[in-house]
Design a protein around this ligand. Structure first.
Ligand SMILES: NC(=O)c1ccc[n+]([C@@H]2O[C@H](COP(=O)([O-])OP(=O)(O)OC[C@H]3O[C@@H](n4cnc5c(N)ncnc54)[C@H](OP(=O)(O)O)[C@@H]3O)[C@@H](O)[C@H]2O)c1
Length: 295
């Protein structure tokens, strides 16, 4: 069941201090929704909140680590205190990690699952329970990825968290249908955000030497506003999955059915990643004059 008129409804968005989360906050405020924003970087979060207020948005910001114990309850309590309700929850906070699986420490593997999978699943589960108890409809979304459907070398752990999110959303969609609650997974392709810099930093790599939107074919690269528009469209006409590239969606279907068609590309990508990572670790890769802040 669609939320109906979005104006006046309340959206809770994690990972709202930058990228897709911030763009989605702007898009839903443009529809008249009130928003609760969450992230850890307080200054960045408040800057987003201020820019939304300047546009007339009603905003409440919550500085929170989504993976901290009790974070989901704290965030939903804050939304209910600020606005008396919530109607939409977008569990978007997440990060990437570019590392060979055999070189990934268990603690790093557990941490990426804590943030990307367990925290987002906990948030929409607790939101669902509250909506059911209040007998209210709602729309719950998780930011998964196109990499939920296939992976590339050195992104196996990240892709596993995204696949786990997508599977959870898919099951919850039908479990919550009788309660009038929509569940959708969002599957962005390469999006121009801080994701790649963050991913490189967490992987101990020079951001210039690893994957960036510059390394992806142009038609796979999109601004975060494109994802935000697709999310608003999904709130108006709910669907199971939000995609912003038909080509990648179709390719994902083909790769699922015939994985070997992607083997050659994966081998090339693995060779390129090894070369870039070696150069990056040796600190020899920063091209003169290239702006390293570009994501
Ligand atoms: N960019 C892409 O190409 C792409 C493609 C597919 C899917 N995605 C997914 O899109 C989502 C958003 O990423 P983005 O591209 O917008 O990158 P981004 O600009 O780096 O945004 C990530 C957001 O997550 C927040 N975050 C990370 N860890 C957190 C934690 N423990 N607690 C609270 N907040 C946390 C960050 O805020 P703080 O650091 O302030 O906490 C930030 O606001 C992620 O789930 C990512 O996996 C991205």
């Amino acid at each position: 069941m669609a939320l109906g008129e979005l104006c006046g409804k309340v959206a809770v968005i994690t990972g709202a201090s930058s990228g897709i989360g911030a763009a989605t906050a702007h898009a839903v405020v443009a529809e008249g929704m009130r928003v609760v924003l969450a992230a850890r970087r307080v200054e960045r979060l408040h800057a987003v909140a201020e820019s939304l207020r300047a546009k007339g948005g009603e905003v409440h910001a919550v500085a929170i680590d989504v993976a901290a114990p009790g974070a989901s309850a704290q965030l939903l309590d804050a939304a209910e205190r600020a606005f008396g309700r919530f109607d939409m929850v977008f569990a978007n906070a997440g990060y990437g990690m570019e590392r060979a699986h055999h070189e990934t420490a268990e603690v790093d593997l557990r941490q990426i699952f804590e943030v990307n999978f367990f925290a987002s699943t906990d948030l929409i589960t607790q939101a669902a329970r509250r909506l059911i108890a209040a007998n209210r409809p709602g729309h719950l979304l998780m930011c998964s990825s196109c990499l939920a459907k296939f992976t590339i070398p050195y992104y196996g752990a990240y892709a596993a968290t995204k696949a786990a999110q997508a599977m959870t959303c898919r099951a919850m969609r039908f479990e919550l249908e009788p309660h009038g609650i929509e569940v959708s997974s969002v599957h962005p392709v390469t999006t121009m955000t801080e994701f790649f810099e963050q991913s490189a930093a967490r992987s101990g790599l020079d951001p210039c030497g690893t994957k960036t939107p510059d390394h992806a074919p142009k038609f796979f690269v999109q601004p975060p506003e494109r994802v935000a528009r697709a999310i608003v469209s999904c709130l108006k006409r709910p669907r199971s999955e939000v995609w912003t590239s038909l080509l990648v969606r179709l390719s994902a279907g083909i790769i699922t059915a015939f994985p070997w068609v992607f083997d050659g590309a994966c081998r090339r990508e693995a060779r390129r990643s090894r070369k870039l990572a070696t150069r990056s670790r040796q600190g020899r890769n920063r091209p003169v004059g290239r702006d390293s802040s570009r994501a």
